[in-house]
Ligand binder design. Sequence first.
Ligand SMILES: [Zn+2]
Ligand SMILES: [Zn+2]
Length: 273
Amino acid sequence: MYSHIVDFHVHTDNSDGNHSATFMCERADFNNLRAIAFTDHCEVDRCIIDSAHERAVFQTFFEIEKAKSAFFGRFLILNGIELGQPSYAPKIAERILNSQKFDVVLGSIHNLRNGYDPYFADSFTEKGVDDFLKEYYYEMIQMCKWGNFDVLAHLTYPLRYFFAKSGISVDLNIYKSYVDEILKLIAKNGIALEINTAGLRQKLKKLQPEIDVVKRFKELGGKFISVGSDAHYAADLAKNIPEAFKCAFEAGFSSITLFQNRTPIQLSIAEEI
Ligand SMILES: [Zn+2]
Ligand SMILES: [Zn+2]
């Protein structure tokens, strides 16, 4: 049983979530969460062609500030952002990061440079999956080399859709050299590996990544683990976070990490097991 539940990957209706920051905070308060990080999307490559997308970052920031004052003293509210594909347009990414005082920055790859995102595809072939993943992990390596983020989000993001839409299970061992390079880079740069629980409430029914990858991160010198539900609805807030804690602990981590002012703070999970 864990008494200190947190959630460091949460979306609001300022991006593709369905509830306001205030409503999410009411749920967080009701569920006795200790801390929550709002991490609305900013798809950096989309900002090249759509300036309104970048403006949404400011709206999110103000909504979070309002929520912070309304819930002051109840639990910790962190001002985060989920940067998608920052390495495709690093100058824009840096400008966005310099525009506000963020507590935590998630780095994600959702789509390839040609815009292809498996979320929007109807079905997949085994060959299509393999081609996609090689390019996907290559791009994730480029993002990790860029490195101006705090948490690597959902390392196995596309697997949700490969399985849900075409029943394809991916053996990540095939991509071990890519995954190892990613884990080494984030370990070296002090970036946290996220254990994302969204897959458990989807058809995939797995944490992302699974424990073998978390163990490998530890072996390769990784120090920081983050946890997030990737909630887009208030009802999903902090869902399955205890499973993520358990995974981190069994992989050899006695703490998880929150970022405040982009500085890591360790929260012990050992005594809560
Ligand atoms: Zn994401
Ligand atoms: Zn997300």
